[in-house]
Design a protein around this ligand. Sequence first.
Ligand SMILES: [Fe+2]
Ligand SMILES: [Fe+2]
Length: 390
Amino acid sequence: MPSELCDMSLRQTQELLRLTDSTLQNICCRRFTSEELYEEALSRVLGGKGRRGPGSILLVFKNGDGKYSGRVFHLLADGMAESEEITFDPASAYATDMSSADIVISNWCDDCESVGEYQDNFHPAVKAYVASPIKNFVCNRISGDRPGVIIAFNYPGEATHYDAEVLRSLAVVIGSLVTLSNEVRETERAFIYTIEALARACEAAEEETGKHVVRVNRYAGALAANMGLPPAFVEAISYSAQMHDVGKIKIPNSILLKEDILDAAETELIKMHPVYGQQILGDSPRLTLAREIAISHHESWDGSGYPYGLKGERIPLAGRIVKIADVYDALRSKRSYKPAFSHFETIEVFRRGDERISPLLHFDPEVLKTFFKIDHIFEKIYDSLGSSTP
Ligand SMILES: [Fe+2]
Ligand SMILES: [Fe+2]
């Protein structure tokens, strides 16, 4: 029996190792949330499906305010079940036990006359979620960015030091992955901040308030969400849209702000801003969508746009979405060649067109249909983040 237990604990430890390995390999392209990590890590250790392991695991972390809170997890046939959050009063014996807990292996028969008497040691909410009476547990401290405790209940038979070894590995894996996930989140925040700074720095001279790019992000996100596109795409377009005009940084303000009609050379230069934008955005994989938007947001559904005259679905979807977002905002804003339009006047242009815009020829019909369904959201976005330009 001990050698079987030893094999089992080795296999479980190897599974945890594979989890950390695959996490590290995929770190740039996976959603990296603590909740997902807990589930993945715990599902490799919990008993069931012919594997030795605890029936339930309580994962508790110390919060910023010094209190402890956590959840009980156990495996069901179709996935992981978790309890509601349980908060432990910091003055209670449970919290004191948890703050001092290092590794503990406990079986009811070691300290008590009966299983019933053993139950007195446990928090009522924990007992309620651990469906059957608690007969044993192993406890281990989690160290790292978010200190905590992991307590595994109800191993088949008795809890052994092999079980404790697996739990110790689990505690190390969870502690380090939580630290890593915090760092990834920090890096994500830094990334978003950097691209916002880039978008602001490159904001076209005719946009005076810095809010145009923020609004275009919001319109594009709203269109994508209401077209039923995947959440990851909605999220990505909501920060990538703001970089649509970064290429304008290479166009002199004397041309961007010129009130007279542009000559042919000036028009050609302006039409280069999508290409410049694509160049500025470089080859970072995280900026793929931003590059697609920069290069394609002036293409038109009928092929009459620039720089390549792409037609229909050959134009990247994100470009087709941002085109509508950008045109709406340009119509609402004052330009050297036109006053700011009201929402109603702008909708009229989207319905009937004007001397520059032919909606049926220029816009993707699906995106346009979605726009008319949610134009009230566009109006709200513009009103809440309106231009301060008179
Ligand atoms: Fe543009
Ligand atoms: Fe724009």
